[in-house]
Write a protein of this length. Structure first.
Length: 124
């Protein structure tokens, strides 16, 4: 039987009040107030295990960058992912949430390297 999903949008305040993100237990210096899991290394290994476990996969959210904005989207997503968050509360199976964050994406390179890690040069 196919589940029909309802799509809902939450504010950041509603998201934090309703779902309560848990701190990243692997990295004490994690972004997003210590809650974000990275898309590589030990973090992604842990996230993959959470995503595969029927008991925990409904507490997984993906931080997505799209059109210069950041979002939390319920569930495990790969495209445009920035990181992951695990919440203490589960998302109901028939609802998919998105949360537009107040954070804007900075596409301007800062420092001597661009976004891909290449050293910036100036033409003389």
């Amino acid at each position: 039987m196919e589940i029909v999903k309802t799509f809902k949008t939450l504010t950041e305040d509603e998201f934090y009040a309703q779902f309560n993100p848990a701190k990243n237990h692997i990295d004490d210096n994690a972004a997003f107030d210590g809650c974000m899991y990275e898309t590589y290394g030990r973090d992604i290994n842990y996230i993959n295990a959470i995503a595969k476990d029927p008991k925990t996969k409904d507490r997984l959210w993906t931080i997505i960058e799209a059109e210069g904005k950041m979002f939390y989207v319920s569930g495990f997503h790969y495209v445009n992912r920035f990181g992951y968050i695990i919440t203490e509360e589960s998302v109901p199976e028939n609802i998919e949430y998105d949360v537009e964050l107040d954070t804007e994406v900075d596409h301007e390179p800062s420092g001597p390297f661009d976004q891909l890690g290449y050293e910036q040069t100036t033409e003389e």
